[in-house]
Design a protein around this ligand. Structure first.
Ligand SMILES: Nc1ncnc2c1ncn2[C@@H]1O[C@H](COP(=O)(O)OP(=O)(O)O)[C@@H](O)[C@H]1O
Ligand SMILES: N[C@@H](CC(=O)OP(=O)(O)O)C(=O)O
Length: 453
């Protein structure tokens, strides 16, 4: 039995849905189909989820929602028309969205979450009807009835353990099951979404729940590439990588697969295959527990912008018990999470996403570090990009850091900081955002061009 998840790009229009149908019926073991909301048809398009968020914001602000609502309904209606389906489907979607928009607004989070999730929920119903119109036994599955229960963390839900046993029962259902991605229900019965791009997470939870043999993740690229294809042209494809490598890479910027989506599949030992809806015969990328290291030390290079670093210097910091924990507590008290903490004898840097901190908060934190921790120096550096080099082969290979540092130096990129991950399969370089693309290219040339993979 397989779980196949189709992302927004695979469901953006009728033509894409026809491809999805052909893929699903080509393999009778594709039992559970997880769908996202319709995504972008071209690069300047707007995803249905983004339209729904905008519409919910308008609703909450008491603004006119009619134009945005029509735009959303139009997205579904154009698919309905392209596939010659009954206009009743569009009317049903219209009614659902109308009632969600006129629902109680006393809890804005609940209002927003219900609208966000409607993108996937309506699409799953539409896809099920489309499959039925082709004479195939298929049905929409409601996540609440199936028992996909989650925590009450708005836009950041975590699955509750009991869900896995509930979902196992889906194995007994007849036909193909069309399951909406991106959300679950709290025990109190409210809709809560996963973080953005979270349909990948739903697919992984279902793969674990039904104890699938394989979790297929269909998207719009032939493989997970060794570097973001938007930064380097025609990068090398990765044929196989470990859960650990993929988790590091997706966390550090490989948006092709959600970083939280690996854990449920990993825990059940289910391999994940990333494949292309537009080229389903291509083998894609397989994510497994263990692989033989035949390529060079580096499997992939990921990068992401929007970080800042708080540098703290204090003479004899190394001898001061509890300094690090008190520093991190200051951040914790401001509700902030951090990414890395490279440190030396007399200094430590905390790297975090800078959108967590406005100017006033930054000033307050700097003051607290100076006054409560008696630091000699506190400096905040903004607009950093973090570049992560990842590879199981880095554990056995000496000199990867030196090679990377030399490649960056030769390209004229100033390294703001280096951090060797404790897992020994990753290494992080902090550079100025303006240098990101240039730095990634230099590292790609160093580790991949002319290197057999
Ligand atoms: N290393 C990478 N390999 C492949 N794709 C990547 C990588 N890094 C970023 N991407 C981007 O991820 C996109 C696919 O993810 P996403 O847009 O979320 O797809 P979906 O609509 O299927 O959920 C690709 O089109 C590509 O632009
Ligand atoms: N539609 C949701 C969830 C999702 O996974 O979408 P996609 O498969 O298009 O990344 C979002 O945009 O966040």
């Amino acid at each position: 039995m397989k779980v196949a998840k189709f992302g927004g790009s695979s469901l953006a229009n009728g033509e894409q849905l026809q491809k999805v149908f052909q893929i699903v019926i080509a393999d009778p073991s594709r039992k559970v189909i997880v769908v996202s909301a319709p995504g972008k048809r071209k690069s300047d398009d707007i995803k249905v989820t983004d339209l729904l968020i905008h519409c919910a914001e308008q609703g909450l602000n008491g603004e006119d929602t009619s134009a945005t609502l029509e735009e959303i309904i139009d997205r579904y209606d154009s698919i309905v028309k392209e596939l010659n389906l009954s206009s009743d489907i569009t009317e049903e979607i219209r009614n659902t969205l109308h009632s969600l928009l006129s629902a109680d607004k006393s809890n804005p989070d609940h209002y927003m979450e219900a609208l966000k999730a409607a993108g996937e929920d309506n699409n799953a119903k539409l896809v099920a009807k489309f499959f039925q119109s082709k004479g195939v036994q298929a049905k929409y599955i409601n996540p609440k009835e199936a028992g996909l229960f989650v925590t009450d963390e708005t836009g950041n839900a975590q699955v509750l353990q009991e869900s896995y046993d509930n979902l196992y029962k889906l194995r007994e259902e007849d036909g193909i099951l069309i399951f909406p991605g991106f959300f679950g229900y709290t025990k109190a019965g409210n809709v809560v979404t996963f973080s953005r791009s979270g349909s990948d997470i739903t697919g992984s939870i279902l793969a674990n729940g039904i104890k699938a043999d394989l979790y297929e993740n269909f998207t719009d690229v032939d493989a997970v590439y060794s570097v973001n294809p938007n930064l380097v042209q025609d990068p090398k494809e990765i044929k196989e990588l470990t859960y650990r490598e993929m988790r590091e890479l997706s966390y550090a910027g490989f948006s092709v697969f959600h970083d939280e989506a690996l854990i449920p599949a990993f825990r059940a030992g289910i391999p994940v295959q990333v494949k292309n809806t537009n080229n389903p015969l291509s083998p894609g990328t397989l994510i497994v527990h263990q692989r033989s290291v035949q390529n060079g030390p580096v499997t992939g290079i990921a990068s992401d912008k929007g970080f800042c670093s708080i540098y703290v210097g204090k003479y004899l910091m190394n001898r001061e018990i509890g300094f690090g924990s008190r520093l991190l507590r200051i951040l914790e008290e401001h509700g902030m999470s951090y990414e890395h903490t490279p440190s030396g004898i007399d200094d430590i840097s905390v790297i975090l996403r800078q959108d967590q901190m406005d100017y006033e908060t930054e000033q307050r934190i700097v003051n607290l570090i100076l006054t409560e921790l008696h630091a000699d120096e506190v400096k905040v550096e903004h607009d950093l990009a973090l570049i992560m080099i990842v590879g199981e082969g880095m554990r056995q290979n000496v000199g990867t850091t030196a090679k990377a540092a030399k490649a960056l130096a030769d390209a004229g990129v100033n390294i703001e900081m280096i951090n060797q991950g404790s897992s020994e399969v990753s290494m992080m370089f902090g550079v100025k955002e303006a240098d990101e693309k240039h730095a990634v290219k230099a590292l790609y040339n160093e580790f991949f061009v002319g290197v057999p993979v």
